[in-house]
Design a protein around this ligand. Sequence first.
Ligand SMILES: Cc1cc2nc3c(=O)[nH]c(=O)nc-3n(C[C@H](O)[C@H](O)[C@H](O)COP(=O)(O)O)c2cc1C
Length: 320
Amino acid sequence: MDVFHTEICDLFGIEYPIILGGMAWAGEANLVAAVSNAGGLGLIGSGNMPDENLKEEIERVRALTEKPFGVNIVPVAGVSMKERLKTIIGEEVAIVAAAFSDPTAPLIAELHKHHVKVLGVVPTVRLAKRVEAEGADVVVASGTEAGGHCSVVATLPLVPQVVDAVDVPVVACGGIGDARGFLAALAMGACGIQMGTRFLATKECICHPRFKETILEASEEDTVVTGKITGTTCRVIKNKLTEEWLKKEDGGITSKEKFEALGLGKIKSALIDGDIEYGSLVSGQVAGMIKEINSVKEIIVEIIEGAKEIYEEIGAKYLG
Ligand SMILES: Cc1cc2nc3c(=O)[nH]c(=O)nc-3n(C[C@H](O)[C@H](O)[C@H](O)COP(=O)(O)O)c2cc1C
């Protein structure tokens, strides 16, 4: 299928402009390789994993695919960005996605020196302009619908405004889960999509079956944004943990540091250990439309084929 071949397909050497967003714990070798093997771009979610583990993860991906893949980096406590870059460059990874609008000019310059392409994930037009000025090759505009750290602006108004504001290719992110969202993203001027939540409900995702089941059962109203007190919000499915967190946040009885301490280990306990009551069920609003577990390949084929059909149907129906 040589359709929807966009600028980022050439830039990254991929078949389809569909990116697996970096996901702490979930975005490991199996899922990353599955997305890359299916023609998209898999990104390892390096989160706060030690650099030794990241090296192993990169080797595991290479054992599973010869296709392009990358690493998502986040400036979280306990991670030295200098060491991260050393590991990534040492392992000759060709693509890096930097979250939290944090791909600074020196970081990008260092990566460019080693021919690494850089995506900057941003929640606003202001930050899109900043990461472009810092040298990012691609801007990922991520709206409030997204699972994990999210914007206050929704994807629908965010993406076209970012497209108008920058010259580099823009990828739409947040709340996209099928062919309709993919085509809408292209219509808004994006040249690809980044998805997280949809790829959690796959056969290749190593997350706990109870966590996947929670996504299948969730409605579009079942997520909530936590962590406002920390400045880095996180969208998750409501459970007993979020009830407690929100009470603490609303009551103003906790500090940023205390709140962050409450969150320690909670993503792993939900995603890997299956604690759906007291773990952090990181997921986007798009969970409401995910009703079955598929293979990664099925999802990518469904999106590309489906978008082609919708495009033709709209033309036939409304343009004559
Ligand atoms: C379980 C989970 C973990 C995530 N972890 C990270 C992360 O470590 N770094 C990051 O940049 N984004 C992270 N994200 C955001 C995703 O990379 C992606 O941008 C987002 O899921 C896209 O929105 P969607 O969930 O509506 O598809 C995470 C999202 C989920 C659902």
